[in-house]
Design a binder for this molecule. Structure first.
Ligand code: RB5
Length: 159
């Protein structure tokens, strides 16, 4: 997928890993849109999840990488946007399966928890793997169920 544009964003806790991955991506031939943050000064991770959601919606990038300290907060924030499927990955298998099964368009990493080499292997697997389609398409379609239909589905399963 080397013709894809990759957006990358992090908070202060993810900044060192973001910087490293951005260099590796560019060296590997990817065009990288860096959405910040630009240093280690304290910032709020939801702001960078919003920036990622906007970049994907506007078509400025086809895939994304988000990083905060644990990966948790920025995952929660990013997945509030229906067109974002952000997968927090800690190993190469989850990175690969996030594409194959979930058609994830954003990989999320915990910058304070994962080493640079493993993070790069995860990103490499994420970018190299295609969605599996088939039965997974039906399931992924249900991830973007409109809120009113989701409410109805919950009511049907209540009790
Ligand atoms: C920042 O200190 C930290 O809370 C943040 O990077 C992230 O881990 C939140 O989920």
């Amino acid at each position: 997928m080397s013709s894809a544009v990759i957006a990358i964003a992090s908070d202060h806790a993810g900044f060192p890993l973001k910087s490293d991955l951005a260099v590796r991506l560019r060296t590997s031939g990817y065009e990288v849109v860096d959405l910040g943050t630009d240093g280690t000064a304290s910032v709020d991770y939801p702001d960078f999840a919003v920036a990622m959601a906007a970049a994907l919606r506007d078509g400025r990038a086809q895939r994304g990488i988000l990083i905060c300290g644990t990966g948790l907060g920025i995952s929660i924030a990013a997945n509030r946007y229906p067109w974002v499927r952000a997968a927090l990955c800690h190993d190469v298998t989850t990175a690969r399966l996030s594409r194959e099964h979930n058609d994830a368009n954003v990989i999320v990493l915990g910058g304070r928890l994962i080493g640079v080499e493993l993070a790069w292997e995860c990103v490499d697997a994420f970018l190299a793997t295609d969605f599996g389609g088939d039965r997974h398409s039906r399931r992924v379609a249900k991830l973007t169920t409109p809120p009113e239909l989701a409410d109805a589905a919950i009511r049907t399963t209540d009790g």
